[in-house]
Design a protein around this ligand. Structure first.
Ligand code: IMP
Length: 192
């Protein structure tokens, strides 16, 4: 089975992507690669950050690899937190801190529209390819559900009555930003 490194330290993402790709690829984590540091992430767009992370690992280890960068864009907040989603409530913010800040900023707001976007940067045989996925939805006023991670308890995808936290992970994976971007990555890899 072909091996590809997923350049992330996020266990939730790793298991999500492993579920999606399990039949076709062996996904190697950074830990398995013996890399335990943080990868620099200084871009101002999702694509720049995704690219920076995969280039970093490629330059260091010369392996096929991919990385993703995700942001939650809220219309009433002019696209915030966007590329700063992980650090919305500060450098050391927890998922809970970020969600609480978002709910605070959205208090009394009638336009609740939001979208998750993911960009994946794949480096294969030294060449880079980008894949994007997006899911539209809205921000609910109180947290709902216990599954998932990050902003999942407050994100209600369009056409569904369950937040990402309330739905089974298989359903989230099918309709999510990362699920869609990963599906494009898989289509590409399978067509090689
Ligand atoms: P990252 O830069 O791709 O790690 O994502 C930035 C931040 O977006 C994370 O710290 C999470 O708070 C949030 N995030 C990313 N993916 C998801 C998801 O699938 N559900 C909820 N929040 C997410």
């Amino acid at each position: 089975m072909r091996k590809i490194v997923f350049a992330t330290n996020n266990q939730h993402k790793l298991s999500e992507v492993r579920n999606i790709l399990s039949d076709d690829f062996e996904i190697i984590s950074l830990k398995e690669l013996g890399f335990n540091d943080d990868i620099p992430e200084t871009g101002v767009t999702l694509a720049e950050n995704a690219s920076q992370k995969s280039q970093f690992i490629f330059e260091k280890f010369q392996v096929d690899c991919f990385s993703d960068d995700t942001g939650l864009e809220v219309e009433a907040l002019n696209g915030a937190p966007g590329v700063y989603s992980a650090r919305y409530a500060g450098e050391k913010a927890t998922y809970e801190d970020n969600v609480n800040k978002l709910l605070f900023e959205m208090k009394g707001q009638t336009n609740r529209k939001a979208a998750f976007k993911t960009v994946i940067s794949l480096i294969l045989d030294g060449k880079e390819y980008l894949f994007e996925g997006k899911v539209e939805g809205k921000i609910v006023p109180v947290k709902r559900g216990a599954g998932g991670f990050g902003y999942d308890p407050v994100f209600l995808p369009a056409g569904f009555d369950k937040t990402f936290s309330e739905m089974p992970p298989e359903l989230k994976n099918k309709i999510s930003h990362r699920g869609k971007a990963t599906a494009k990555l898989v289509d590409f890899l399978q067509a090689l």
